[in-house]
Design a protein around this ligand. Structure first.
Ligand code: AMP
Ligand code: MG
Length: 392
């Protein structure tokens, strides 16, 4: 049995960034990260632009200017202003080369075709210079930048319609168990509703991994072997739930062995989630999570999460850990370190009821784990405890 720390290190060491490129239309690139630097194909703004509704001036040493025309946003004419002349102008309109300041309309009094300006006028005021944001050919966004709405807006403003981004892994979610019935079907005696696939699928969707297929297998060695063989040969990540423990009908370990999956660890000194398996075969990163739902989800957040971040070449691999004051007491049984379902709020954390690995009710109300190390046997109210914040 391996320690949590060593298990996490194994995951970090054995998952290599996928570094695969995929081209996405810009509108579908949200939440991907740029695979390459992007250099601007244009100057932005592409022309000298008025930042105000007002008047463009060719400055002279007098406050009065003769109005000779108007430039609306989108106009392409370039009137020539002599010193002492002005044109009416609007936010976003092109400022002609012969104008060297824009004055906001609130500071101007117009009488017929003459305007009189209030206050000091500074050279080039209220004019956005050509290429002020980015010059043509210069770095617009660096490799690795996450494509947020702002980034997508910015790149679209540069005329970019598609981007090269890091490909996300293909993921198979495999559930095992004869007792499992799909929700929506009648429940017969001895059966339960299969919930890990929807739960883990959603955990993946929350992290913006959408390339997920679901596979359901019975507790049958041959079926387990052949389904795992297929997904391991096809997918970047295989996440199996159940069948990895020591029961007579737990066939996952046996099938993984027969498929010559390299075992990087099996069994972690932790609660919940002791019978956790992590292995590799060719391109596939393989986790077999315990079937108990709370254990499966805990292992997902503590280990699978890190693997996914590493595959995506992200800098931060682990979930954020902070220290907070506990609102609750908790007595730990045994010497395994424990991840406790918890609710973190206003710098305090409450350890919730129902810590069994089979129970999800309070997991549904959790946004954090309290991590209780091996040597800690009791948490008292007001103790400082380590909190892991969940990505929900
Ligand atoms: P196992 O790890 O296969 O021994 O399963 C441990 C417990 O988790 C058993 O009570 C199973 O019925 C339950 N379980 C396993 N897989 C699932 C699943 N996909 N959905 C809900 N419960 C499950
Ligand atoms: Mg089972």
């Amino acid at each position: 049995m391996i320690s949590i720390k060593d298990a996490i290190q194994q995951v970090k060491d054995n998952c290599k960034p996928l570094l695969k490129e995929v081209i996405k239309p810009i509108e579908k690139s949200g939440n991907y990260h740029l695979f390459k630097d992007i250099h601007s194909p244009i100057n932005m703004p592409p022309f000298r632009q008025s930042a105000m509704d007002g008047y463009a001036l060719n400055l002279h040493d007098n406050k009065e200017y003769v109005l000779i025309g108007e430039i609306k946003a989108g106009d392409s004419d370039k009137p020539v202003l002599k010193p002492g002349e002005a044109v009416r102008i609007f936010t976003g309109s092109p400022v002609p080369d012969t104008a060297n300041a824009v004055i906001m309309q609130e500071k101007v009094i117009q009488k017929n075709n003459v305007i009189s300006c209030e206050g000091a006028i500074v050279l080039n005021q209220n004019i956005r210079p050509l290429g002020e944001q980015v010059m043509k050919g210069n770095l617009a966004l660096v490799k690795g930048t996450k494509l947020t709405p702002a980034a997508i807006g910015y790149l679209t403003a540069l005329g970019i319609t598609e981007v090269s981004v890091f490909k996300k892994p293909s993921i198979a979610l495999v559930t095992t168990g004869n007792e499992l019935i799909e929700a929506g079907q009648p429940l017969s005696y001895g059966k339960i509703y299969e919930s890990n696939s929807k739960m883990l699928q959603n955990a993946l969707y929350n992290l913006k991994f959408y390339n997920v297929t679901l596979h359901k297998i019975e507790d049958d060695y041959n079926k387990t072997y052949s389904e795992l063989k297929t997904v391991i040969s096809e997918k970047d990540v295989v996440i199996i739930s159940g069948g990895i423990s020591v029961g007579d009908y737990d066939f996952v370990g046996k099938a993984l062995n027969a498929l010559e999956v390299e075992t990087l660890f099996y069994k972690v000194k932790q609660k919940p989630g002791k019978p956790l398996f992590f292995g590799k075969k060719d391109q596939a990163t393989i986790f077999a999570l315990p079937g108990n739902p709370a254990a499966a989800l805990t292992c997902f957040y503590v280990y699978v999460y890190i693997a996914l971040q590493k595959l995506m070449d992200r800098e931060t691999l682990e979930l954020p850990r902070i220290t907070a004051k506990s609102n609750s007491e908790f007595n730990k049984k045994g010497d395994r370190p424990q991840f406790l379902k918890a609710l973190y709020k206003n710098d305090n954390v409450s350890i919730l009821e129902g810590q069994s690995s089979a129970m999800l009710q309070t997991f549904a109300l959790s946004n954090a784990f309290v991590f209780m190390p091996s040597e800690t046997t009791k948490i008292n109210s007001n103790d400082d405890v380590e909190v892991i914040l969940l990505p929900i």
